[in-house]
Design a protein around this ligand. Structure first.
Ligand SMILES: [Zn+2]
Length: 330
């Protein structure tokens, strides 16, 4: 059965919607050589069968707010120079045609995402500039409050999306840029969904019903996200998987997948590992090279092949393509 599962995994288009690997690259990791510590490099992405990788440009609090855009541009530069050094192994993707070309050529399809709306300050022109610079998704907040919305760490303040934040969401929809609602506090989440528009993406968030953490979504949020055509990516941080992180393993990730499928079916869940941004990984998923273990467990639990393919990547790909194609910028 494991051999069938591994074949299924290799044949599937696997998408990881969130890693913080750029920070490790900055610290000196060689992306093209294995065995360099942390969770992600190209040899391990290959071993894990990953075809599409969303790279977050994560804004550390020390750069907010004044130096946020400069920091994002520096991180983008780091990634682009890394990709350029790969001799064609990686293709930066801006639209569905780029994804098709990368997948057909067996290249790693790379997508740029900003994690922290401080990068656009209070100016929609900066948002448009980031889109011009190939950023195709943005988490509106990290855990703090910014000019757009309150993040998950501000939950007690009861703040939501600001007037500027509503304009950001509308402009992202117009541009065809994915609005990432992971890290929003509950009030901000609901305010974004109330805006209507494109499918919404919780790129790296789990189920609150299984692990009561402010970074996870409750059942009402999961249902509402699915109603937009949205998808949530399973985060592998042990602390978001189980109240007792020591118990987190590959089965626990599948428990969260089971829960979402039970609520809204198999078309609204994907993977958003948060690798290289998390301190504790689940047993059996110690780095991205271990990803086939997830497929083995889904097969063991009796998931149909089509549903496994949707969970491994089809759902996130559908969302990326829909939002990117729906924007005025094509
Ligand atoms: Zn994050």
């Amino acid at each position: 059965m494991d051999r069938d599962a591994d074949a299924l995994h290799r044949a599937a288009v696997v998408v990881d919607a969130h890693v913080d690997t750029v920070l490790a690259l900055e610290a000196g990791r060689d992306f093209y050589r294995g065995g360099s510590g942390g969770h992600v490099d190209l040899p391990r992405l290959r071993a894990g069968g990953v075809d599409v990788q969303v790279f977050a440009l994560y804004l550390e609090p020390a750069y907010k707010p004044e130096r946020a855009l400069a920091r994002v541009l520096a991180l983008r530069d780091r990634l682009l120079r890394t990709f350029a050094a790969g001799g064609g192994a990686v293709r930066l993707c801006r639209d569905g045609a780029d994804l098709d070309a990368a997948l057909a050529a067996g290249q790693l399809a790379a997508v740029l995402s900003v994690e922290g709306g401080e990068a656009v300050g209070t100016d929609l022109a900066l948002l448009r500039a980031l889109h011009d610079l190939d950023v195709r998704a943005m988490g509106l907040t990290w855990n703090q409050r910014n000019a757009i919305a309150d993040g998950a760490g501000e939950d007690r303040a009861q703040g939501g999306l600001t007037a500027f934040g509503r304009r950001v969401v509308a402009e992202m929809d117009r541009l065809g840029m994915v609005v990432d609602v992971s890290h929003l506090c509950a009030r901000s989440f609901w305010d974004v969904l109330e805006c209507g528009g494109m499918p919404r993406f919780a790129s790296h968030s789990n189920c609150r019903a299984l692990c009561d953490h402010v970074r996870n979504l409750d059942d009402a949020q999961i249902r509402a996200l699915a109603m937009t055509g949205g998808v949530m990516g399973m985060n592998f941080f042990a602390d978001f998987l189980d109240q007792d992180p020591a118990r987190a393993d590959v089965g626990r990730v599948c428990d969260h997948i089971d829960h979402i499928c039970g609520l809204v079916g198999p078309r609204h869940v994907g993977l958003g590992s948060d690798f290289d941004g998390i301190q504790r990984t689940p047993r059996g998923l110690e780095d991205v090279g271990r990803l086939p273990a997830l497929t083995r467990e889904l097969v063991r639990r009796g998931y149909r092949q089509a549903d496994i393919e949707a969970i491994l990547g089809g759902n996130v790909l559908r969302l990326l393509r829909a939002v990117w194609a729906g924007g005025a910028a094509g």
